[in-house]
Design a protein around this ligand. Structure first.
Ligand code: ADP
Ligand code: MG
Length: 265
């Protein structure tokens, strides 16, 4: 299997790429995040689950430099995050492709925004479209593609400027269950092939476990990371991994935590 070979050549886990210490965030009187501490290794896959409104998107937007913070420290590669930066790619829940632009032109958008060399970017866009299995769809408009295909195009777009880190905020929430499973397999493969550090927010406990090296479980607002669960299932994982006792054990552990806090997101 392709993914197997690629997983084998991925670089060994390096130093912590992302380090967050004592991070809190309030919006006026609303305390969204409280005392977040974590570190995320380079090249790892981290899933974050937590009840609605516990501050998951806030945390990801702070990491992306889209939102400022006053309390605590957020370091990417040892550098404090202040403002947006090029080593981040972001995928939102809806694919937010521009409807009047072709798939290729949508994937090329960051090149225009960031002023990259357009010829090189176009070559890279074609490679990325190949990686997300959209060869032949370059000249289609978004509405001519299924939801899963549109979301794959937005993953390609997020990777165009070759960011080290890919942040994803409930990227598959709008997809039907079967498409979602297929996208989980695709994302695992893309992660293995690209060697990126991925942080994924999801409402789906199985999705979090299936994809993650580690699952961070957050408390209700003000959100903090209540538990870090290591997922020691071998890779590449197939959907059959969900039948493993280890998988069920972790899913139970997370569900128990949510039942204690009264939230079932
Ligand atoms: P989640 O993604 O976990 O559902 P969010 O990070 O979107 O949660 O929101 C956490 C809390 O912060 C919520 O109570 C939300 O209403 C509040 N919040 C988020 N963004 C803003 C904002 N820009 N202004 C005011 N309140 C906000
Ligand atoms: Mg959110």
């Amino acid at each position: 299997m392709q993914a197997e070979a690629d997983t084998a050549v991925r670089p060994p886990r390096a130093s912590a790429h992302i380090r967050i210490a004592g991070l809190s965030k309030s919006f006026g009187d609303v305390r969204a995040l409280s005392d977040i501490d974590c570190s995320i290794d380079e090249g790892s896959f981290t899933s974050i689950v937590g009840p609605s409104g516990c501050g998951k998107s806030t945390l990801l937007r702070i990491l992306a430099g889209l939102l400022d913070y006053a309390e605590g420290e957020v370091l990417l590669g040892g550098q404090p995050v202040r403002g947006t930066r090029r080593d981040i790619g972001f995928v939102f829940q809806s694919s937010i492709l521009l409807p009047w632009r072709t798939i290729l032109d949508n994937v090329m958008l960051p090149a225009e925004v960031l002023g990259l060399d357009l010829r090189a970017a176009r070559e890279r866009a074609m490679q990325l479209l190949h990686m997300v299995r959209l060869d032949g769809f370059e000249d289609k408009l978004p509405r001519q593609l299924s939801g899963g295909m549109q979301q794959r195009a937005s993953i390609a777009r997020a990777l165009l400027h070759d960011p080290k880190i890919l942040l994803m905020d409930e990227p598959f929430g709008a997809l039907d269950a079967l498409t979602r499973e297929r996208m989980n397999l695709e994302l695992q493969r893309i992660w293995a092939e690209s060697g990126k550090t991925v942080v994924l927010i999801t409402h789906s406990i199985p999705e979090a476990i299936f994809l993650g090296d580690t699952v961070f479980v957050m408390t209700p607002r003000p959100g903090t990371i209540e538990r870090r669960i290591r997922v020691d299932l071998p890779r590449p994982r197939s959907m059959h991994a969900m039948a493993e006792p280890e998988f069920a054990r972790i899913a139970d552990e997370i569900r128990d935590m949510f039942s204690h806090t009264g939230s079932f997101d």
